[in-house]
Ligand binder design. Sequence first.
Ligand code: SAH
Length: 360
Amino acid sequence: MAALHLINDTNLHQEEDLAALLSLTDPEQIEQLRQRAEAMTLQQVGHRVYFRGLLEFSNRCALNCLYCGIRRDNDAVARYTLSLEDIRHGARRVAERGWGSLVLQSGENASAANVDFICNAVRCIKEDTRSSRLPSGLGITLSAGVYSIDVYRQFFAAGAHRYLLRVETTDADLFARIHPADQTLAERVQALEDLRAAGFQVGTGVMIGLPGQTCRMLARDVLFFKEMDVDMVGMGPYQPHRDTPMAGLPIISAEERLALALRMIAVTRLVLKNVNIASTTALEALSPSGRELGISFGANVAMPNVTPGSERRKYQLYDGKPCLDEAADESGIALRQKIESLGRIVGIDEWGDSRRFCDR
Ligand code: SAH
């Protein structure tokens, strides 16, 4: 019953305690963990779930992450960048649906021309989406990688106010095994600090079920989120991509990766309490009900994909990435019904900012 005592501990902060919860295998104990995380979610951030339309605006990438399907050296990928018009069109549709926020995600491209392009797109979206329903326009989250603090300031001045940058893992050895030598954990951590200094609500996260990753490492990841005092967390199961150097490495089964990712969401909710946590697409890759499971284990944000269907299949970060069928995710109706069946409601015409940020 040691686990039960931990599940009800309101001051979880010991690595071994977090690791014990992440390692749970008994279905009853896992259900207790889920219920506790769900109760914490309702108490800390309310019963609304916020949608962010996800627009994957470019798959061009200067980096060579060993796990990622759009890595620089993957020649099998046809590269694209959406036109400004397509981005504006996508953003207007998100606003029309009443989803108060948009995530602009891409590979990494630090050229001055790309920085200008992003700033301009953000300004145009803000202009286009101001209305009586949404007086400040869509909330805009960027997820476009590592830049200098000056560039982050430009993005913020243009009107973006949230930024997602996963550290992928906080274990230095594991980080080094899944990235080329010229990419470092320190650089990502510095970028998170720069983002905070530039004024952003800051989100980070990790992949779950990486080759060689342990529950101890994941426990330290959660403690890192707490120590960095992040506003948002986005995590998902690692899923191999056939055209990457990591494709053949041994990993735990899809079922175990999904279950571990759900426990990771629950533990993150119990430790970080009032942050926004996303139920990510990668959960859906492992189970058709992956995203509602994520919500029921403590997430309060979902990101329906609004990338145009013609390009969506070129943004394959991993094999089996769902929602390649445009209609499946676009309306968000199915997802909304699933969320309502959990007794939650979808926030309409609201940014749904992190309670943690607002309370700080
Ligand atoms: N270039 C941006 C964001 C694009 S990728 C950045 O680096 O922040 C967004 C996220 O997809 C990455 O942070 C990573 O966690 C995830 N991802 C990439 N490849 C993956 C894989 N094979 N399995 C699961 N998630 C993956």
